[in-house]
Design a protein around this ligand. Sequence first.
Ligand code: ADP
Ligand code: MG
Length: 696
Amino acid sequence: MNNILLTDIKFLKGVGPKRAEILGKELGIHTYYDLLYHLPFRYIDKTHIHTIKEISGDMPSIQLKGRFFTFTTQGEGARKRLHALFTDGTGNIEIVWFNSVKRMKESLSVGKEYIIFGKPTLFNNRYSISHPEIEDYKPNSESQGLRGIYTLTDKMRNSNFSSRTFQQLEDSLLSTIKNIDETLPKFILDQYKLMGLHEALYNIHKPQSIHDLQRAQLRLKFDELFFLQLNILRYAKSRNSKILGHKFEHIGDFFNNFYNNALPFPLTGAQKRVIKEIRRDVGSGRQMNRLLQGDVGSGKTLVAVMSTLIALDNGYQACIIAPTEILASQHYISVSEMLSTIGVNIALLTGSTKKSERERIHEQLMNGELDILIGTHAVLEDTVNFNNLGLVVIDEQHRFGVAQRAKMWQKNTTPPHILVMTATPIPRTLAMTVYGDLDVSVIDELPPGRKPVTTVLRFDEHRQMVYRFIGEQLKLGRQIYIVYPLIQENEKLDLQNLEEGYNTIRETFPSYRVCFVHGKMRPAEKEHQMQLFVTHQAHIMVATTVIEVGVNVPNASVMVIENAERFGLAQLHQLRGRVGRGADQSYCILMSHQKLSKDTRHRLNVMTNTNDGFIVAEEDMKLRGPGDMEGTQQSGISFNLRIANLAHDGQIVQLARDIANEIIDKDPTLSLPENQTLTRQLSFLFQKQANWSLIS
Ligand code: ADP
Ligand code: MG
């Protein structure tokens, strides 16, 4: 890193104190470095000038060369607009401004030659362009390659800042710095034929061709992702080598007894593999931090249970935490049942556990009588202390924050092994970044005999058809879920929707029992309604998304999602996972309005086209961006990458990670002379960032 890059931006030729203030306030640009890395968000192709006559159909933004010949102001006050006619000799086109009317009118002249750039749109059978970029035409300035377009705020536009201004400032900066120090070692540059940093920064601002631009982008994306991975991995590795864990040396009676006599079904290949991975971790003498990803219904619970038995076999206690009471108590019931012949002492601790029971649990945890504690956030409380906690399983991990995970570390002097599980598949590139410090196991195989859920999209006009279908399924003895969205801002209306739905369903299916569940119910009532469905006393459950996680009713074969357009992909996939758990063919029916935006239509199509949670997750990330994915907010990692995009640059992420891994393996503390550049760059980039990986 050149020291000159830390120079205050006000000293750059063409900036000065006033512009410096605006740059700082509006875009956080304070130094040469900040300006250099303020990259264009798109480019315009200055290699070609179109003619007005050629304009047709749905064109992208194009460049025209010509003259304005009239300006007229229309409307008053806030509705004031400026219209101009622009001609290039082949025809004319209307140009419109909805703001900056006065400024535009004053700065443009009739008859003078300009280059304008914008997207033609058809309105009232005529093409027009609104708010084009405009510059004076200079005879020798044609064919300037590509031109960067930069982020600007309204305030900046009003102070006469334009993309052009940025181009000039970047020019001035690049010629002032002369030479930008390389941040990557030569062997990486050579091996992967990456552009040098100086050349890449030059080309990202002023590319002469698409090819140059692409090479510059690759280099800078790689830089960004590589240092991110290097930073994550160096802490992960140093932590792994430092933090001792309980050594679970042997497999004993609990595990063997269960495996030989009480296993409810043969393990799938994937379950076996993951259990092996866990055994290797917990036997290594270092603390395990493992993420277990597996689609809904893939059988993670069994893996969790068998892991706890290894802890018990070695004289330790274990704990399973779930995000909701319903889920925790369901785990409690199914785990107790599975282990009923093994002779383990299991308890359930949630927010609604009675005081006397809670006191008993506290005591038994302390004196070691209790083997497995299952619970909700209540387990995290400081008053909950163990005699010798060896393993913690956190289910549906995306509902917990990093800080909460860290709390469990403190429940024993040597931190317990941690297994976090999630059914919200995370795209690999994201997992590598957010959970870069965790080892990842994947259950990529469903238990045998499952038929893929058939998913269809139906509009309101098909409702009678859908009801007929539900009727047929009920006759076959199956159970049905009908789910309504519940959005906080309009709770009242949503609840009304839900109640209306409930009444309609009762009237439509009078001979069947319908139960009713939503988040605002008293826990006991909710529990009661759920139990009606679980025990098959009720045939249809009308509910909000409270059923999203965990409920396991293999006899349910139809999931109807009302207003499916209001759900995100992750949620839709979770809901669909409630059916298809038994051997019967199951169905997921997405009900929606006809009028859908392009994104929504795409989302629903993803659902009808695939059952694969990982594909759903990839698409979700492309639509929403990595920063909005579940679980990423608590990660402490900034997703404000300047140029790389985790949703689209998967291959570069992988490459960056592989190289970073190789380097850290050879030199865990990055102290070899050839890695000095890397260390310096890391401390420059990450000096301000809190390091979550140290505690997670
Ligand atoms: P999830 O991964 O969503 O937590 P669960 O652990 O709840 O999945 O398992 C889903 C269902 O699959 C349960 O009914 C469970 O009993 C069953 N199951 C789990 N493993 C197997 C297996 N190896 N063979 C058959 N069924 C299994
Ligand atoms: Mg589960």
